[in-house]
Design a protein around this ligand. Structure first.
Ligand SMILES: Nc1ncnc2c1ncn2[C@@H]1O[C@H](COP(=O)(O)OP(=O)(O)O)[C@@H](O)[C@H]1O
Ligand SMILES: [Mg+2]
Length: 258
């Protein structure tokens, strides 16, 4: 029994999916990412937290190359990020991204939104893409909304469609950048539940969120960022009960008491 769990842990520890090494990025004079070293293993769920402006969104955006980096390397599944063209489109499909604003195509139905990338990037046949889209929409609980337009759905439903759309590409890793921040409070849980389910199914996830309940229950690791740096990393239990840095203590006292 012990042997089995040790073996499992060892293999997981060497199974690196997303690796950032010495990543630096500037916006003009602003050093927005400073010597970022971060490794995410296959199946791992990492929650990134930190004060506004600390570089969390920029970090996510560099991982699917919505932003370029100045120095350092980023690899996905052992391969450096492609620069452009079809390779880049494929990378974007491998790295599913869910934003605060849902970014669905307003003039396309929910079903079409979830089919589009499959057909265009993955070159999946229409019929097959539709079957997959319907199955995914069912899975995130909006199967009955397939023929509506995004504006006819609630925010929580639209965000679940956005998750289904990313999943339709068969991503290796899912990035979530404050996926519930724009939602009315009563809709937050329905989105977090879908994310919890994904985590349980073994999806590799990088999640920027202020939802500490989610971090506690779903994350393997919390990464705390401030001023463009990773200040500390720990398990949720360690991080929330015993933050080591003053920055983290200060941040936690603010978000946990308001
Ligand atoms: N495209 C950009 N051009 C210039 N500055 C930017 C740009 N995007 C973000 N920034 C700045 O970089 C810093 C980090 O931003 P961001 O990554 O969005 O932080 P967070 O997501 O942690 O709030 C902020 O000071 C922000 O104003
Ligand atoms: Mg942000």
């Amino acid at each position: 029994m012990t042997e089995v769990s040790v073996a499992k842990k060892d293999s997981a520890a060497t199974d690196e999916l997303v690796v950032l090494k010495s990543v630096n990025k500037h916006f003009g004079a602003l050093h927005v990412l400073q010597d970022i070293d971060l490794t995410i293993d296959r199946g791992e769920v990492v929650v990134v937290i930190g004060p506004s402006g600390s570089g969390k969104s920029t970090l996510c955006r560099t991982i699917n190359r919505l932003e370029t980096i100045d120095t350092g390397t980023i690899t996905i599944d052992g391969r450096p990020l492609p620069q452009e063209g079809r390779e880049l489109a494929r990378l974007r499909a491998d790295v599913g991204m869910v934003f605060q604003s849902f970014n669905l195509f307003a003039h396309k139905t929910v079903l079409e939104n979830v089919m589009l990338g499959q057909v265009k990037v993955r070159r999946t046949e229409k019929k097959q893409a539709e079957e997959k889209a319907r199955a995914l929409l069912d899975r995130v609980g909006v199967g009955t909304q397939a023929d509506k337009y995004p504006a006819q759905l609630s925010g929580g439903q639209q965000q679940r469609v956005a998750i289904a759309r990313a999943l339709a590409m068969g991503p290796k890793v899912m990035l979530f950048d404050e996926p519930t921040s724009a939602l009315d409070p009563e809709m937050i849980n329905e989105v977090l539940e879908v994310m919890q389910q994904l985590a349980r199914e073994g999806m590799t996830m990088i999640v920027v969120t202020h939802e500490m309940g989610f971090a506690r229950s779903a994350a393997n690791r919390v990464v705390f960022m401030a001023d463009g740096r990773i200040v500390e990393q720990a398990t949720p239990d360690q991080f929330f009960s015993n933050p080591r840095s003053d920055r983290a203590k200060d941040f936690l006292s603010k978000i946990l008491h308001h």
